[in-house]
Design a binder for this molecule. Structure first.
Ligand code: ZN
Ligand code: ZN
Length: 165
């Protein structure tokens, strides 16, 4: 792990935009690359709100939760930022959620190039697989095992059990 000097909290330092508890958290974990990235993102998107939590997450419209320090934390952060930039809100069908995840990863790769963050394609595919598997499980008809379809009212329908032609 590289040692970097923590920038002083002067009035013009964008680090001020990072909330105090986060600032301390990064000092403790020594996640300086992540903290530097947050400072850059804060400077580029001043209307974003950052908070810390158990895992990386996004809440519409502009709240990013920063999870614990881990090998790909910078990439995970860029993924959540991408949801915010793409204006992702809610979804009525689960397949739309999978589409949003895929779009957010495409955007995250762009941002990774921009901010000089290394892209790990295995991580991206693992994350997407998790959603694909989730969709697969939810779509499966519990009675007959056939793949059901979901209507915009978010209800699932089985073509066999509901006697669709
Ligand atoms: Zn996501
Ligand atoms: Zn069925």
């Amino acid at each position: 792990m590289k040692f970097r000097q923590i920038p002083p909290k002067t009035p013009n330092n964008p680090a001020n935009a990072v909330m105090d508890n986060e600032y301390q958290a990064f000092e403790m974990t020594g996640a300086s690359d992540l903290r530097d990235l947050i400072i850059k993102i804060k400077a580029d998107y001043p209307n974003f709100t950052f908070k810390t939590g158990r895992k990386f997450a996004f809440r519409y419209p502009k709240t990013i939760t920063i999870g614990p320090s881990e090998p790909f934390d910078s990439l995970l952060l860029l993924h959540e930022v991408s949801h915010a930039l793409l204006g992702h809100r809610d979804y009525s069908r689960d397949i739309d959620r999978v589409k949003m995840e895929s779009e957010a990863w495409e955007k995250a790769k762009e941002l990774a190039n921009h901010y000089g963050v290394e892209i790990d394609e295995n991580l991206v595919q693992d994350e997407l697989d998790t959603y694909r598997e989730w969709l697969h499980q939810k779509s499966r008809c519990p009675k007959c095992g056939l793949t059901r379809f979901q209507t915009p009212d978010s209800k699932y329908h089985c073509p066999r059990c509901e006697n669709f032609a």
